[in-house]
Structures are given as structure tokens and as C-alpha cells.
Design a protein around this ligand. Structure first.
Ligand SMILES: C[S@@+](CC[C@H](N)C(=O)[O-])C[C@H]1O[C@@H](n2cnc3c(N)ncnc32)[C@H](O)[C@@H]1O
Length: 258
């Protein structure tokens, strides 16, 4: 796919607007987000004590809100920032680091194109079993890193893909979606847990209405890798009632290092 088509696909599947949405929500909720961002940065800084780990890929780097880039650039010989799109401001910012590279690639191992293709064939031609045939392949990174950081992305990988599918077709069942979601998360963890790594992810979403009634939803549909270090905290994700109308949304966040 040429880069014009790629951009069109990413735009239509709302990756650009989602990324803008992250920055807008951050600006609105800065006070509530800062403790979460600080916890994430601290967890990362305290990871990778083994000096043999010299290079690293950061998956889902986005706006670098949760990346202690300065410290990591001192610690590692080479850093690869990986995202489906790097905002121009971030490309500019990282120019000052001679050991930081950026790469735009789909880290689901092909999920974006797989879903896009379904959206282009027309609903009548879609077979309900198609979704089960997704076979992710390992993303080809610009260099082979010694370690990975999976950065607030594990539960995000399927969201825009499923939104797009749901808009294009009604032929899949909740079970089909659940299977697809699970296979994306399992693939991500299988890929990155073959090397040293750390992962920070929302694991549960809590929504609280104006009467204080709370509902909770699990966001991770597979086992996290075995780890030797972990930390948990609550992220006051949206207290203004904009993410879900009139609801306050809090995330339970889990950080692990293996
Ligand atoms: C919730 S954000 C993580 C926060 C991010 N570190 C920041 O500071 O903006 C998730 C990031 O993952 C990226 N992303 C989502 N799906 C992706 C995919 N399939 N491949 C690569 N990047 C993806 C998004 O573009 C976004 O920048």
C-alpha cells in the first residue's frame, strides 16, 4: 500500500482523530492525568536494571506524555519510538536526540489492513467466519531491540478496529468480536514477552453515575506475562463526563516488568 493510501486508511479508521482526542483530553484533565503519567514514567525509569539491555522499542509512544525520554536517551544506546502515526511536533522534538528513531507501523501485526479490507468488499460479501481467520505476523521493526516497552496500548489495540467493523457490518456476533480482541491482545503479549520488557496498561474501566453507582468492565482478555515487578494505581481518566456522557470514568492501571 502506498503512503497516500496508507494515510487515507489510517484517517478513515480514525487513528488521527483518536490521537488528537488524547491530547485534547489531556489538556482538559491535566491535573487528573499528571499522577498517572508520573507513575508510568517512574515505573519505566526503574525498569531495565540489566546493563546488557542496550536498545529498546517503545510501542504506542504517541505524544510522549508518559515517556521519560530524556532519561531513557541517557540510559539506552538506541531507542525506537513506534506508533501508527507520529505527530509532526513529536518528530521535531526527537530530532535533538541522535539515538532516538521513529517508525510508523501497525503493531497488531496486520490487524488494521485486515479490517480495512473487510470494509472495502461490501457487506454482502462478508462471511461471519472471516474474523476468525486473522493471523497476525510479527511487525518488522527498523532494528531488533533488546527490550520492549508496551505503553498504555494493550487494551487500545482493538478499539478502533472494532469500531470500524461495527460501522461497516452487522454480520459478526459479540463472540466473534471477543475472539478477535483476545487474539490481538494475545499476539501482542506473545511478541513482546520473548525479550525483557515492561508493560503499562489499563486493566479495568470504572464508570460512576451522578448517584455514585459504579459499573466496572474488564479490559484485558488474556493473561499478562509472568513478571518480577509490578505496581497498580487508579487513573482519573475523565471526570468531566465527556468520555461517557454524564459519567466519571476511572481506569485501574497495571504496570509490570518481566
Ligand atoms: C493511548 S495512546 C498511548 C499514550 C501515548 N504514549 C501518548 O503519550 O500519547 C496509544 C497510542 O497507540 C497508537 N496506536 C494505536 N493502535 C496502534 C497500532 N495498531 N499500531 C501502532 N500504534 C497504534 C496510537 O496512535 C496512540 O498514539
Amino acid at each position: 500500500m502506498n503512503s497516500g493510501n496508507h494515510r487515507r486508511m489510517i484517517k478513515k479508521m480514525l487513528f488521527f482523530s483518536d490521537q488528537e482526542g488524547i491530547m485534547n483530553r489531556y489538556l482538559r484533565e491535566k491535573e487528573n492525568w499528571d499522577p498517572h503519567l508520573q507513575n508510568t514514567k517512574e515505573f519505566i525509569i526503574n525498569s531495565f536494571q540489566n546493563p546488557a539491555t542496550k536498545t529498546i522499542a517503545i510501542l504506542g509512544s504517541g505524544w510522549l506524555l508518559d515517556v521519560p525520554l530524556e532519561k531513557l536517551a541517557e540510559r539506552f544506546e538506541k531507542i525506537l519510538l513506534v506508533d501508527i502515526h507520529h505527530p509532526p511536533q513529536i518528530r521535531k522534538k526527537v530530532e535533538q536526540y541522535s539515538n532516538v528513531e521513529v517508525q510508523e507501523i501497525d503493531i497488531t501485526g496486520g490487524g488494521i489492513k485486515f479490517v480495512w479490507k473487510l470494509g472495502t468488499v461490501g457487506e454482502k460479501k462478508i462471511d461471519a467466519s472471516y474474523l476468525l481467520s486473522f493471523k497476525p505476523s510479527e511487525p518488522q521493526l527498523s532494528f531488533e531491540p533488546d527490550a520492549f516497552i508496551s505503553l498504555n496500548i494493550l487494551n487500545q489495540l482493538d478499539i478502533l478496529l472494532l469500531d470500524y467493523l461495527k460501522e461497516k457490518t452487522s454480520c459478526f456476533t459479540d463472540d466473534d468480536y471477543q475472539h478477535f480482541r483476545k487474539s490481538i491482545q494475545q499476539f501482542h503479549l506473545k511478541w513482546i514477552s520473548g525479550k525483557p520488557g515492561c508493560l503499562i496498561s489499563d486493566v479495568e474501566e470504572e464508570n460512576i453515575d451522578k448517584h455514585g453507582t459504579s459499573t466496572k468492565q474488564r479490559l484485558i482478555h488474556t493473561e499478562l506475562p509472568k513478571h518480577f515487578r509490578s505496581k497498580q494505581w487508579i487513573w482519573n481518566f475523565d471526570l468531566s463526563g465527556k468520555y461517557h456522557r454524564h459519567l466519571q470514568t476511572k481506569m485501574q492501571v497495571q504496570a509490570i516488568e518481566w
